[in-house]
Design a protein around this ligand. Structure first.
Ligand SMILES: Nc1ncnc2c1ncn2[C@@H]1O[C@H](COP(=O)(O)OP(=O)(O)OP(=O)(O)O)[C@@H](O)[C@H]1O
Ligand SMILES: [Mg+2]
Length: 582
């Protein structure tokens, strides 16, 4: 998922690879180059302090090899050992460092925005491209969380990793300069760094553990929230909302505790760094002056180097904290994206479906998990006929339809359209020929028009009116406050159940499909309205040659059918005359 976006998998430690491969290699290299240059500019500024101190009168500083080397170097490039010029160089080194660090931060900022946006696009693409069964088995709250919180955390994780890397680079440069001054000093700087990392590691681990707990709980809470909001009506109606609140309270309480522990650990880490640095410095200065008899000039530079090293090591540890708190989000969103890609709708073949003759189920069996749902279903639907599927609840009627739509793939057997297997057909083109009204109607929180067209261009006002009239909703849509432009509410909640169902029917009709699939699409209508809708559909079928496959138990449909199929415990039989193919 991420490696394919960069031409080469970057080398380096595993933790670093995980983050650097989030952004293009060029961006990572630019950031590193800025930081390396900045560190050298800074190091140069600090090292220039030595000749400056020497020139200012500390005789002993002349004994320092580094001070002499610096003076010789400056002499070679024609810079006089004037204290003001040297001071200028110290200031210049610091300023150049500041500018370069700013430039690197800007690059990191761009990369964070890119990383977040890219993950979001991958997530949306993966999600919309997933097969039907994937949605059935995952709560939608998880995806909202991945898109908002986890994608943001992924960006933060990248930022923390790059900042940590830049601090490590700075520490290495400082220790390098310290080594030029004295290997003992370099060793001491390493020791100080190790003390800081070791003594504060406990807090880093605590912060990590609690960040992970919060990420997990937030996902659970959001998953539950989306579920609860979908089914809030019965919960309220039967006074079970209090129970749900208790469930939330428990998780939110646990999150609160985890947040407390995490924040304390992060802040304790930050707070304890300063005394550790101060103690190490005091000890270092004492040892340098008393035990090593180092010249004062060198001790000043040494202290500065030590303080800077300890500071960047401390900051890198804070970034590690930051990394740990955002890493679970990154991992989670990456896992979700990978999962959606694994669950991608099978692409189908390249054959163009025509459907002018027949649809054929040839010995089709299918199981949801281990339990067989459809068993050896064989039937032929002739183009232009009206077929009804009846049968008890749970018999497999909706599954039969889902197989025809290619939402599920048969475990064995074959579904064919005009003799070509559905597997070989171009899936998009096949579904374009279908008008489908599902058993459970959910409209979008949008206008009537938008709910009917679903963004499809080329649907005319006449198409809309015809569909609305045939679905017996023209009248009530006219009476809505803003007619076709009325927003129907969340999931269509501003309409009655029967009105929603009729709009879903109009949506199936408006694209003038070759195959109309209706799954209990008139179950909420009164007999008179249902009879009118059925008559309109029959007229369409005769006029336009539309094939209708309707699941229903209602006698009105059965009377109108050319053929009645009966589904019983996953087996299909012909229940009415008119069939010669099954
Ligand atoms: N996603 C799923 N995972 C597991 N089992 C499923 C799934 N969808 C349906 N089933 C099971 O498959 C069987 C057939 O379901 P299906 O929805 O096809 O029945 P149906 O005939 O349409 O029923 P109804 O008239 O109640 O709508 C049922 O036993 C159901 O529990
Ligand atoms: Mg059903």
């Amino acid at each position: 998922m991420t490696t394919q976006d960069t031409p080469h998998t970057p080398r380096g430690p595993r933790w670093l690879q995980r983050y650097t491969q989030l952004a293009p290699t060029r961006r990572n290299l630019t950031v590193s180059a800025y930081v390396i240059a900045a560190s050298f500019a800074d190091g140069f500024g600090i090292a220039t302090l030595l000749p400056m101190i020497a020139v200012l009168g500390d005789r002993s500083a002349h004994h320092s090899a580094l001070a002499n080397t610096m003076l010789e170097m400056l002499h070679k490039v024609g810079i006089a050992p004037d204290p003001r010029i040297l001071l200028g160089l110290v200031v210049a080194g610091t300023l150049i460092k500041a500018v370069l660090i700013l430039l690197s931060l800007r690059q990191i900022g761009y990369a964070v925005a890119d990383v977040t946006a890219k993950l979001r696009v991958q997530l949306v693409n993966g999600l919309i491209g997933a097969r039907w069964s994937y949605y059935v088995s995952h709560a939608s709250g998880r995806f909202s969380n991945a898109l908002s919180d986890e994608a943001t955390k992924a960006g933060q994780a990248y930022s923390a990793a790059m900042l940590m890397l830049s601090q490590i680079i700075q520490a290495v440069v400082y220790i390098g300069i310290a080594a030029l001054l004295s290997w003992k000093l370099a060793l001491f700087a390493l020791l100080v760094s190790a003390i800081m990392l070791g003594s504060l590691n406990r807090f880093v681990q605590t912060a990590k553990r609690n960040a992970s707990i919060q990420t997990r709980l937030l996902r659970t809470v959001l998953e539950r929230l989306s579920e609860v909001l979908l089914g809030i009506k019965p919960l309220k109606a039967m006074a079970r909302d209090g129970h749900v609140v208790q469930l939330f309270k428990k998780d939110l309480g646990d999150m609160q505790n985890a947040a407390r522990r995490q924040v304390f650990a992060s802040n304790a880490n930050r707070a304890l760094q300063e005394p550790i640095i101060a103690l190490c410095l005091a000890f270092g200065i004492f040892a340098a002056l008393r035990m090593l008899n180092m010249p004062l000039g060198e001790v000043i530079v040494m202290s500065l180097l030590l303080a800077k090293t300890a500071l960047v090591v401390g900051r890198s540890q804070q970034q590690l904290n930051e990394l740990h708190s955002s890493e679970p989000g990154l991992k989670s969103v990456q896992r979700t994206i990978a999962e959606t890609l694994r669950a991608a709708d099978p692409p189908g073949g390249g054959a163009t479906p025509r459907f002018t003759r027949r649809i054929e189920f040839d010995d089709v069996s299918f199981a949801h998990g281990k339990r067989p749902t459809l068993q050896h279903v064989s039937v032929v639907l002739e183009s232009g006929e009206v077929a009804i599927v009846t049968g008890p609840s749970g018999a497999g009627k909706t599954t039969f339809i889902d197989l025809l739509l290619g939402l599920y793939v048969p475990g064995s057997g074959e579904v064919r359209v005009d003799g070509t297997s559905l597997r070989a057909l171009n899936r998009t083109q096949w579904r374009r020929q279908v008008g489908y009204a599902p058993q459970e109607v959910i409209l979008f929180h949008d206008t009537v028009t938008a709910n009917l067209t679903l963004g499809e261009a080329g649907i005319t006002a006449q198409d809309l009116e015809d569909a609305l009239r045939d679905a017996e909703c023209w009248q009530f849509v006219q009476e809505l406050p803003e007619g076709m432009d009325t927003v129907v509410g969340e999931r269509g909640g501003a309409l009655s159940g029967g009105q929603r169902q009729r709009l879903a029917l109009a949506r199936a009709l408006v694209r003038r499909p070759r195959l109309l699939i209706l799954d209990e699409a008139t179950s909420a209508l009164d007999p008179a309205t249902e009879a009118a809708v059925i008559a309109n559909i029959r007229r369409r079928a005769t006029r336009d040659g539309v094939t209708v496959l309707a699941v229903s138990h209602h006698p009105a449909w059965v009377r109108e059918a050319d053929r009645v199929l009966r589904m019983q415990a996953g087996r299909l039989s012909i229940a009415a005359p008119g069939d010669t193919h099954a």
